[in-house]
Design a protein around this ligand. Sequence first.
Ligand code: ZN
Length: 475
Amino acid sequence: MANAIHEERRKQKQKDLKRKKKAARRRLILALVLLAAFVCFIFGIVKLFSSDVFHDEEEFITFADEKFETDAVCPESDVDDREYHFNEDGTSYAIKRGNWVDGDTKSYIDKKIDSILKKENSSMALLIDAGAYEAPNGAVSTVVHFSTYNADGRHMKIESAKADTKLFDGETGKGADSLQVMNVNYKTKAQDYAEEYFSKTYSDKDLKDDWERFVTSDDTNFNKFVITEDQIAFFFDQDTVLIPEDGTPAVSIPQTIIGSTIRPEILERYVDKSKPMVALTFDDGPYSKTEMKILDTLEENGGVATFFYLGNRVKNDYKSAKRAVKLGCELGNHSWSHPVMSQLDNKEIASQINKTNAVIYKYCGVEPVVARPPYGEYNDKVLKRTGMAQILWSLDTMDWKTRDAEKSFKAVKKAKNLDGKIILMHSIYKESAEATELIVPWLKDNGYQLVTVSELIKYKTGKPPQAGKVYKKVN
Ligand code: ZN
């Protein structure tokens, strides 16, 4: 009996102990929750009263340095000199200097900074970030970026931001047009990359409703950029792709993706958009024996042409092709073995095109962006499968048939207006090379600029050649 009572008490004690432990645990959790709430509260209070508006030089330097890091727009460079000018009257400014190379680019940037300091000195903080970069082909590009900030309550708010860029020929110091430095298709590559970059990097809150129209490859976009050794950085105006509070939208595209659109050498010639232009095209090469003569004529007259090559000829004869690229001529795709493309199946079409592009890139260093179907034969399947613009012609000299230089020349002369026209010739006949000696000076004397097919399309339509589109003439 006594044993039973003892057992009962022991059980009761155990129960009490368990209950106490439970209660203690509950109290501990409550205390932790309260502590966490308190910490959050204090943190909130501190945040509420903290401010990023600066009151002395040290605070301004901290502010400027932080912005230079977080809002960095210019690509990194070897040099990073910073100067700070704190003014009690609330017009402080800081300048971050990257590489300025020398001579013409340096004095250009100096002038640019002076004019910004004169125009934009009324804000509480003006930050200028400038640099110059050398491209693989010897071009030098500069960027001068500025942003202004003013206090909005206890916080600094961005007001304006702008990037100015300019290209130079590194050797002569002369200013250069983007198409003297880049191939016409650079905007197409940039568009694909930029669309993906902005949509993946920014939320809908930052992206403007119609942001995509600022990253299309037409005339108005992708005109501000710098080319460094390993990337191209593109800048957009404030309040275009992103909301104004995000400053200057920018995207850097690695050279591994966009590098093939940088010309191996800077073009010396400059195209005047407002003047007549014509594109001479030569099919069925490469064939150095006659093409060298054609290139002599083009070089003497400061003109260029487009050569549509057969892939299966490139490996054995690419001397003239390389020279053509050097002179600023364009290389196009004329299939691998000259079949009637519309009679091929999808796989064969892709193979004819891809193999040819690859061999031209391998031996000549440029990737064709235009194709000409043999015999001008194409159908919807060809347009879709090649993924390239198809170039026909608006004037056939019949050089392949007459094999007579004078007759080919006459065919050109009798055309009334050649502005925007694409002239068809063949580079594998000596009579065609002789005809070129007559045609090129005549075109020049009659006020025509000789441009490549891609340039003709770009200057006349405002857009580079579009994949899947057929061009016969462009005006
Ligand atoms: Zn052909």
